[in-house]
Design a binder for this molecule. Structure first.
Ligand code: SF4
Ligand code: SF4
Length: 389
């Protein structure tokens, strides 16, 4: 339910539009606004729509709800809005969505997302029993293992996510990391469920996962996906969970510093996409870059919009599955791969399974196959491991 304090503040947005831009105002940086170019799809437009809906000045419609759900929760607006309420903007949008969920007034694509997670434990509606079909003998977590590798829904089921998971497992094994996975015992982390406003389902997922972690005595979790990292780092503790959480790039950086992973030369010009849930949500900007720089022969070049100014791939807030931003030349992922290509890089490095698939598809649509490869950092490090003797 949208908190009353939000209702009394939301009208303070005066639609100045700063939130549409990156720091240097060079281009539009709110993905749905960039995609559709109508004011209603910008942060300010969306906030005014919410206010009008709360005051009964506009009727609910599926179109109104879809506009709210095109927000990818990328948090660019929070970075750029000059008002004191800036840190609350995404909470306002999520709060309005949760009101719509409570009233049962959500677009069909959002309803299908919830039904899939409710019934199958993942938004792709794939069998629970197949959750570890990718794992090929990867060890199940047992009490005493140092880390639980939380693979997440995309790592478990998405073709690109599975490639990431396999690469990371190979790197961890080569470094002698003590870890295991949950296999079919793993549930969706719930990050997108929270962002889409289904708070009851979110709580159920947190309870199920936390219970499992507790039963197994898990103390440290390393996640493949920034979305899972964000949920477990910032939302699970408020619901009673207690464990350390790392994104895999943090652990890889540590392993490289301790000489447990020694990348061999791999000549490439690489640019890096900051995932929203690592960067703007958790200020993890340097560790992924340090991992890339530690590979001899890698030249790291930055896109004009990087770190807190990075442009979202368009897959956040459930849009990886729901695709409310649709395709087309101005889809965020296609805009971003053009920006990556302009740097002269031959590899666009990512640290998120959602970014990996969004950009892999966009590279094909932009006809950049063979010119710009999209690789996750886990795959790049795996490739640079010395060959086994
Ligand atoms: S959210 Fe902030 S930056 Fe955006 S239009 Fe409103 S007041 Fe301006
Ligand atoms: S969170 Fe991102 S997509 Fe949503 S309104 Fe803010 S800038 Fe736009």
């Amino acid at each position: 339910m949208m908190q009353q304090k939000y209702v009394s503040q939301i009208h303070r947005c005066f639609r100045c539009g700063y939130c549409k831009f990156p720091t240097d105002y060079s281009s539009f940086n709110c993905p749905p606004y960039r995609r559709f170019r109508f004011e209603t799809y910008s942060t300010g437009g969306r906030l005014w729509l919410i206010y009008a809906w709360l005051k009964g000045e506009v009727e609910w419609s599926e179109h109104l709800a879809e506009i709210l759900y095109t927000c990818t929760t990328c948090k660019n607006c929070t970075e750029q809005c000059p008002m004191k309420f800036a840190p609350d903007i995404v909470d306002w949008i999520v709060g309005a969505r949760s009101d719509m969920v409570e009233k049962g007034r959500i677009p069909p694509r959002v309803a299908r997302f919830f039904e899939a997670v409710y019934g199958y434990g993942n938004p792709l509606k794939l069998l629970r029993s197949d959750r570890a079909a990718w794992a090929n003998g990867t060890k199940m977590y047992a009490p005493g293992d140092e880390y639980l590798l939380y693979v997440g829904c995309l790592g478990s089921y998405d073709e690109n996510g599975q490639k990431m998971a396999k690469s990371l497992v190979d790197v961890f094994n080569a470094a002698g990391v003590s870890f295991g996975i949950l296999g079919s015992g793993e549930e969706c982390c719930g990050n997108e469920i929270y962002m889409l406003g289904e708070m009851g389902l979110f709580q159920t997922l947190v309870e199920k996962n936390s219970q499992k972690f507790k039963e197994l005595g898990v103390k440290k979790i390393v996640t493949l996906c920034p979305h899972g990292y964000n949920a477990m780092k910032n939302r699970y503790p408020a619901l009673g969970a207690s464990f350390e959480v790392y994104h895999y790039t943090q652990l890889l950086n540590d392993l490289i510093k301790k000489n447990r992973v020694k990348p061999s030369p791999n000549k490439a010009k690489v640019t890096y996409q900051d995932p929203c849930f690592l960067g703007r949500y958790n200020q993890i900007y340097e560790e992924p870059r340090q991992v890339l720089r530690s590979i001899p022969g890698v030249e790291l070049v930055e896109m004009e919009k990087n770190r807190a100014d990075a442009f979202c791939c368009g897959g956040g807030g459930g849009n990886f599955i729901m695709d409310l931003l649709a395709g087309g030349e101005e889809s965020p992922a296609r805009v971003r791969v053009r920006e990556a290509y302009e740097t002269g890089a031959n590899i666009l490095a990512v640290a998120c399974p959602s970014c990996l698939t969004m950009f892999s598809d966009a590279v094909k649509a932009e006809d950049l196959d063979g010119k710009l490869a999209v690789k996750d950092i886990s795959q790049i490090v795996k490739k640079s491991l010395p060959a086994k003797k």
